[in-house]
Design a protein around this ligand. Structure first.
Ligand SMILES: [Zn+2]
Ligand SMILES: [Zn+2]
Length: 356
């Protein structure tokens, strides 16, 4: 098999050849046709996450071994399976749930793989979809996309379930209760279309990029706030018609966490999703007196993926703008994302599929 693998952090990916894995037990071998390029790929490429006080959480201390193929928004066809893999057949097209855990702890057995204490996501801690093939531990990590566009379906495995799971943590809310989304990149646009599909009406989107705010409006945001201008909190409260009750921070930097925290209403909830990095100093008495909730949300569960695919198949989900690039352009795709030039999602397509 071929892979566009990370051989050193921050260095260009290299095309490598390696033996195609032979699936054993419940494993399924998938030939990759599409793989989305996600912001998490940039963090994995950097090899660290920025923590408070200038500290870093490095991939090395999390047990990542190089070379490794990035990519966790994968669609492909089943080409082989171990003797205990039931419910799929060779030739089936499937979306891969990449947030796989150890497979045998309580959380994994309860299909909360993303909360496994020994999580080993595909494309983050083991080989992912920037390659011709990927090994999936169990058929339950595969979801049938039906007649969905595979390039769009691929994005459901990360950006889709990430926002779906964050939205679930705020619901139920009346459709006219403002939900504030921080960030109008790929995640923000996905969140807008999912909220719209769930018949939510009041969606306020914040970003520093006017082009992205325009895209958000077109995707169905009811209001936008430009965070490149001063007094963000005051303008946000004005747009929401009062202090904020429900926020999803898809950036989650020191700056965004600050203006969100300062705008919170009594009983307000912030779901922190982004991995930009930084820190937030909070006033502890206000946390108690105002019953504030700051809670994290990390990707989603296999059930989230199945529900989201069902929502999309009901034709109620607007697809986010997708730009296809050949798989061999993985480096260029990462660089474009890093340079902030991407509206919507870049999806790598296997070169064989491009030629077909
Ligand atoms: Zn991702
Ligand atoms: Zn586990």
């Amino acid at each position: 098999m071929r892979a566009w693998a990370m051989t050193d952090y921050g260095k260009p990916l290299e095309e490598i050849e390696k033996p195609t894995p032979v699936p054993t037990g419940t494993e399924v071998l998938v030939e990759v046709s599409h793989c989305g390029v996600c912001h998490s790929d940039l963090h994995a490429w950097d090899g660290y996450y920025q923590l408070a006080g200038g500290r870093r959480l490095t991939s090395k201390e999390r047990g990542v071994q190089l070379p490794m193929a990035l990519g966790h928004e994968i669609v492909g066809r089943v080409v082989g399976m171990g003797p205990e893999a039931k419910g799929v057949s060779v030739g089936d097209r499937r979306i891969v749930y990449p947030w796989v855990g150890c497979g045998h702890c309580d959380r994994c057995r309860d299909e909360r793989d993303n909360m496994c204490l020994d999580i080993k996501p595909l494309g983050i801690r083991q080989d992912g979809g920037y390659g011709s093939h990927v090994v999936v531990p169990h058929p339950r990590h595969l979801v049938d996309p039906g007649d969905l566009d595979p390039a769009v379906a691929a994005t459901y495995a990360c950006s889709g379930i990430t926002v779906y799971s964050a939205i679930r943590k705020l619901m139920p809310l009346p459709p006219t209760k403002p939900i504030v989304l921080i960030g109008a990149g790929g995640l923000g646009l996905s969140a807008i279309s999912i909220l719209r599909a769930l018949d939510h009406e009041a969606i306020i989107v914040v970003d520093t990029d006017k082009r992205k705010l325009e895209a958000a409006k077109q995707a169905g945001a009811s209001a936008t706030v430009d965070a490149s201008e001063p007094e963000v909190t005051a303008r946000l409260i004005q747009a929401a018609g009062g202090p904020l009750e429900a926020v999803i921070d898809l950036v989650n930097s020191s700056a965004t966490a600050r203006f969100v925290y300062e705008g919170l209403s009594k009983g307000g909830t912030v779901v922190q999703v982004g991995l930009f990095g930084g820190e937030l100093t909070i006033d502890l008495p206000l946390m108690a007196m105002r019953e504030l909730a700051l809670r994290g949300s990390y990707v989603g569960t296999p059930k989230d993926l199945r529900e989201l695919v069902a929502l999309a198949q009901g034709k109620k989900l607007a697809s986010l703008p997708v730009t296809l690039m050949p798989q061999s352009s993985a480096n260029e795709a990462l660089q474009r994302l890093k340079d902030g030039q991407v509206v919507g999602r870049l999806v790598l397509r296997a070169d064989a599929v491009v030629q077909a």
